[in-house]
Design a protein around this ligand. Structure first.
Ligand code: VAH
Length: 314
């Protein structure tokens, strides 16, 4: 059985659906800290910081794979750094310990481009480079990467990880990240025809459409262990764009769309992150290849969000 932690989140929602499609509904146990409305299969309440509850679920379901997706993201983390650190680290340590002491065979844990910082080369950021994150989220992801590698080297825990760029999707809301503008812009564009961006017009960030992220994650988890040479976390690239480039693309569908810019504290976070990512290691070691570029992403988002908005009778 497969355990998903944070199944109600932006990534968890779609990864749970994809894994249920692949392995059957009952093979995937969705968990979250609160009930999820559209739980379409086995569901349990789980606070990932509660090691006893985790052990209880492990003994009833005998999980062999875990996807641990619960975390406090970059922007939200800055409002309460101690809490973000506690949640992000304690939950990861609980899962790694479970991997060491139980029948769990494979673990997935997401890292992020937030592990990079102002000292990191911005363009085509290499797999191995300076890492000096400035957010509590980035610090927790960098520390988490070191712990994943440690548990692999020391205890042979088969843990795998991806440094996700900003993930763009419409089925579930994002959880308080710096890249969230690139989702909200579609929603506001469709609803109101305009958007006020909290990042400035030429702020480039690495981004990825959710289908690529889900497919890449499952491909990584399905790869033979000897292919996975990187046990900290893999750089994964797909595209890179700025708010003004995204706005221009949206205008092709919504000709009257307008954007203005009111950068806030998230601008400094974005400025500390890479513009684009070199993902040769993932491509060479387990065959990663993105399928969505900016124009395909825009089409998918507009198509996906239109019915949603009508449904809300806005
Ligand atoms: C964030 N979306 O903005 C996340 C991500 C690329 C960064 O991990 O916090």
């Amino acid at each position: 059985k497969i355990l998903i932690i944070g199944a109600g989140g932006q990534l968890g929602t779609e990864l749970t659906a994809a894994l249920r499609e692949k392995h059957g509904k009952d093979a995937v146990v969705a968990t979250d800290i609160r009930e999820i409305q559209s739980a379409d299969g086995p569901f349990e309440i789980l606070d990932a910081m509660d090691a006893d509850r985790l052990a209880e679920l492990q003994s009833s379901y005998q999980f062999t794979q875990i996807y641990h997706l619960a975390a406090i993201l970059s922007a939200k983390g800055e409002n309460n750094p101690q809490w973000a650190w506690k949640l992000n680290m304690e939950s990861l340590m609980n899962i790694l310990e479970l991997g060491k002491n139980s029948g769990v065979k494979r673990i997935f844990w997401p890292s992020s481009i937030a592990v990079f910082g102002p000292g990191t080369p911005r363009q085509q950021t290499p797999q191995h480079t300076i890492m000096d994150p400035t957010t509590v989220y980035g610090i927790s992801k960098l520390a988490g990467e070191r712990w994943c590698e440690y548990y692999f080297n020391k205890y042979n825990v088969d843990v795998r990880s991806i440094r996700y760029p900003g993930l763009i999707s419409y089925k579930a809301d994002p959880g308080g990240g710096t890249t969230d503008y690139a989702i909200d812009i579609f929603k506001q564009g469709l609803l109101h025809g305009s958007y006020t961006s909290f990042l400035s017009e030429n702020t480039y960030l690495p981004m990825m459409y959710i289908d690529d992220a889900v497919r890449g994650t499952i491909e990584l988890m399905d790869s033979a262990p000897d292919k996975i040479k990187t046990r900290s976390s893999y750089n994964l690239g797909a595209m890179s764009f700025s708010p003004s480039e995204l706005a221009a693309e949206i205008k092709k569908y919504l000709p009257g769309f307008s954007i203005n810019y009111e950068p806030d504290f998230r601008q400094a976070i974005a400025d500390s992150w890479p513009d684009s990512i070199n993902d040769d290691a993932a491509r060479n070691e387990w065959g990663w290849k993105p399928q969505y570029d900016l124009s395909k992403l825009t089409t998918a988002m507009i198509d996906g969000m239109k019915p949603l908005l009508k449904h809300q009778s806005v």
